[in-house]
Design a protein around this ligand. Structure first.
Ligand code: SF4
Length: 229
């Protein structure tokens, strides 16, 4: 992620504050100051540590871009996937392929827009051939994600798919069982659900219903009701 991208995200959020009538959105406002300070902390994490990272072999296996993460630095809801795919690697942004379009639909279904949430991944470089990230690669990259969570301080995390859920919950339980309850990661409520790519491959009333059930739990945790979404 480039420095301009961080500034772009901050400006986007400030525009959002104005859109919703927050005419007080100036630098003296504590809410605006908090957003600015989180955006700056993310930018520093990127420039001081992640940019050019070679901590694991994924740096040498054909990555085009490091996919740092994207979204509102002050997001209440954070989605965490497994790792970049081909399109994400090409663009340097998370969830921008077909699965990304599905994730956008899921975000809209809970009454939010993509720019309201923050989207990250367990590993920030594309595993070749879309294989799953290996345990040592995950161990190398996870501290970056933990720092992002500490900066953003989301109220709810939604883990997308088996790798994200099993990594964050340090378990080998299947996603079908993990999604049945709300967990906790670094003190933040965590709801697992199926990865949007899995949903696309298994686009049945049952799986759509299960993802919707999970999102209703997320909405409940965020205090979003059918009336206010
Ligand atoms: S996957 Fe993470 S730890 Fe590995 S090279 Fe990329 S940024 Fe560094």
């Amino acid at each position: 992620m480039k420095r301009e991208d961080v500034h772009g995200q901050l400006l986007g959020h400030l525009r959002y504050l104005k859109d919703i009538g927050a005419e007080y959105a100036d630098a003296a406002d504590p809410a605006v100051a908090a957003v600015k300070s989180k955006a700056k902390a993310l930018e520093e994490l990127w420039s001081d540590y992640v940019a050019g990272c070679q901590r694991c072999r994924l740096s040498e296996e054909g990555r085009s871009n490091i996919v740092f993460g994207e979204g509102n630095p002050d997001a209440d809801l954070m989605f965490i996937g497994e790792g970049p795919g081909a399109e994400e690697d090409r663009q340097g942004l998370p969830f921008v392929g077909r699965a990304g379009k599905k994730l956008n639909e899921i975000i809209r279904a809970v009454g939010l827009q993509r720019q309201d949430v923050y989207i990250g991944n367990i590993v920030k470089c594309r595993p070749p051939g879309n294989r799953s990230p290996r345990p040592d690669e995950i161990r190398s990259c996870l501290p970056y994600l933990e720092r992002q969570i500490a900066i953003i301080q989301p109220r709810v995390i939604c883990a997308l798919g088996t790798v994200a859920a099993q990594t964050l919950l340090n378990t080998s339980e299947p996603i079908s069982r993990l999604r049945e309850e709300v967990h906790s990661y670094l003190g933040v409520p965590l709801q697992p659900t199926f990865h949007p790519a899995y949903l696309l491959r298994n686009y049945t009333p049952r799986t759509r219903g299960q993802v919707w059930e999970d999102m209703q739990k997320v909405m409940g945790l965020l205090g979003i009701t059918a009336d206010n979404r």
